[in-house]
Structure formats: structure tokens, C-alpha cells
Design a protein around this ligand. Structure first.
Ligand code: AKB
Length: 319
């Protein structure tokens, strides 16, 4: 039986991953770890246990792991790229200090650990097209620095202490459930809200800014499948490139217009987000994930767009 602790369970990925794991492992305790001020509500609160877990407090992580006999930790606590630039010290404290606390608890209690990395772990010197699995990682953002450090620290704990650490490099994640906050790829979520509400979308990135993106159901499946994969086949661990689609603002806008013909977009550039996006890859090569644990995305831009528009109209009660 798997008992799982999700640190950051009320965030963009955590709120959906917790519900998905509760469906996948009905007899298990899937514990929603939250910080004060971001307590779980509604179905997330009612469908399973929750526990206050501030990742900067190792004792709280250990307490939740002991109480629920946890064998797998999903560490989803992080500040996203743009907000991390405004608070670099806090980004390090959560991203690296928090990961260290998690790995130490995992080492002592024998837990497996999933910690997402990101396309943000790459930088301007990285090959931008079909970015290889193993390549230059010299990010210029604090977010990227914490992600590269996290990849290396996780690999160290695997080789030095035998902790079962695993990770994927997430692209920008798109979902109609919980909004992201403070990321560089957030525009690709916001654009759908504007389309459904009949608003003109103000795009913060210029045309030609390509980045990898992924629909949340694929991202959740990746996070679950990598933890269930046979590690005997792993050549890599921390962290695997995964990909499903790459587009720029014009491509996503024109795709949405196929279904919302009156939709309008204007450009209102955000220099910080533009600088970050320009330093990230245009598209990732995910062949190692496909080969080593069978990764395969299901949603392309068209399928995602239809699903996003359908669910957002329902959610916002707009015909
Ligand atoms: C961000 O934009 O900061 C994140 C990411 C790509 O890691 N969505």
C-alpha cells in the first residue's frame, strides 16, 4: 500500500494531483500538506487527510510522514519563476532548503521523493531547439538555480544514501482548475480565461516566443507514472525532459480563434517575463523519458484547447 504526502497540496499542481492520487489509490492515505493561510477546502479537504506541513520546517514533514506511515513524498512547494525573481532569498529557502529538509526526512524514514524540475532549469547557453536531456544548464534566474541545485541534490541523495528520488522537467502547465501564480508561462492559462469571458487578452510576451507547454492531465500522469516506473530501466533520475507541445502567443491565439472567432489579443509586454522566456528552450527532446519509462503525452494544442474552453465555460457558467 502507498501512503503519500503531498507538500504544497493546495497549489496549482498539488490540488489536482492530490485528488487524482486519492482516486488511483483508494485504500491509501493521500495526505494534503498545506501551509497556514492556504488550507484545503471543499472536496480536497473532505476527501482525505490533511496536515500542516511547511517545507521549511523539517519537524513538520517528519511528523506527517510518521503519523500517516508515508512511503512517498511529492514535494511541490516552490515559488514560480517571475515571483521568485522578486523574492530570491525566499525562493532559495523553499526550493533548496525545503528540498534538503524533505530529502533528510526521506533518508531517515525510507520514503521515495518526487520533486519537479522545470524548463526553467535551462538558460541562454542551452541549445534552444529540441533541447537534449543532458546539456548545458546555466540558468540566469533564481528559480532555475534552485531547480538545477534540486536536480543535483536529488541525484546525490539517490547515489549516496539510496533515497529513491525521481523528477521530471515540467513545461508550462495549463489547467482550468487551480490558477498558476507568478510564472512566466501563466499567459497560456490566462488567455483561455480572457477568451471565455469575451475580454481582449493582453499578452505579456512578444510573438515568436516559443516555450514548451503541457495540459495538466498529462502532467499529473507523468508525475504518477514516473513514481511507478521500474527504476532498473533508468539511466537518468533527476530530472527527465518531458514534452507535449510548443507554441508562441500567435499560435495559441489562432488556435483559440478557431473556436472563439471574435476573440481579440493585444501585446502589452512584461520585460521580466520576456527576459526569462527568452532564456528558456523553445522545445525539449523527451526521448530519454519515452525510452526509460514509457512517457507519452495524450493532449496536443487542439485537444487541450477544446477541453479548456469546455471546462472553463462550465466553471464560469458562461454559454
Ligand atoms: C513558470 O513559468 O515559472 C513555471 C515553469 C515553466 O516552471 N510554469
Amino acid at each position: 500500500m502507498k501512503n503519500v504526502l503531498i507538500i504544497g497540496a493546495t497549489g496549482q499542481i498539488g490540488s489536482e494531483l492530490t485528488m487524482r492520487l486519492r482516486k488511483e489509490y483508494p485504500g491509501s492515505d493521500i495526505v494534503a500538506g498545506y501551509i497556514k493561510g492556504a488550507e484545503p477546502k471543499g472536496e480536497l479537504l473532505e476527501s482525505g487527510p490533511s496536515h500542516e506541513v511547511d517545507i521549511t520546517n523539517a519537524a513538520q514533514i517528519a511528523e506527517a510522514v510518521e503519523k500517516y506511515n508515508v512511503d512517498t513524498i511529492y514535494n511541490l512547494a516552490a515559488l514560480l519563476s517571475a515571483v521568485a525573481e522578486a523574492k530570491p532569498q525566499l525562493a532559495w529557502k523553499i526550493g533548496v532548503g525545503g528540498l534538503y529538509n524533505t530529502l533528510e526526512v526521506a533518508r531517515e524514514k525510507g520514503c521515495a521523493v518526487f520533486t519537479p524540475s522545470s524548463i526553467g532549469s535551462f538558460g541562454p547557453d542551452t541549445p534552444h531547439d529540441h533541447t537534449p536531456q543532458d546539456t548545458i544548464q546555466r540558468p540566469r534566474t533564481i528559480y532555475g538555480v534552485t531547480k538545477v541545485t534540486g536536480e543535483m541534490l536529488s541525484d546525490y541523495y539517490a547515489s549516496r544514501f539510496g533515497v529513491d528520488t525521481r523528477s521530471v522537467r515540467f513545461p508550462g502547465l495549463i489547467s482550468y482548475v487551480a490558477p498558476p501564480g507568478g510564472g512566466t508561462t501563466d499567459y497560456a492559462v490566462d488567455i483561455y480565461y480572457a477568451a471565455v469571458k469575451g475580454e481582449t487578452f493582453k499578452c505579456p510576451l512578444k510573438p515568436g516566443t516559443f516555450m514548451d507547454m503541457m495540459y495538466m492531465p498529462d502532467a499529473l500522469r507523468a508525475a504518477i507514472e514516473i513514481m511507478e516506473a521500474d527504476s532498473e530501466k533508468f539511466v537518468h533520475r533527476n530530472s527527465f525532459n518531458i514534452a507535449s507541445m510548443s507554441f508562441d502567443p500567435e499560435i495559441i491565439y489562432n488556435k483559440i480563434k478557431e473556436y472563439v472567432p471574435d476573440f481579440k489579443m493585444e501585446y502589452e509586454l512584461d520585460p521580466l517575463r520576456q527576459r526569462i522566456a527568452d532564456s528558456w528552450p523553445d522545445s525539449l527532446d523527451d526521448s530519454c523519458a519515452r525510452k526509460e519509462w514509457g512517457w507519452k503525452p495524450e493532449f496536443d494544442l487542439d485537444a487541450m484547447t477544446q477541453d479548456m474552453l469546455l471546462h472553463l465555460r462550465e466553471k464560469l457558467n458562461i454559454k
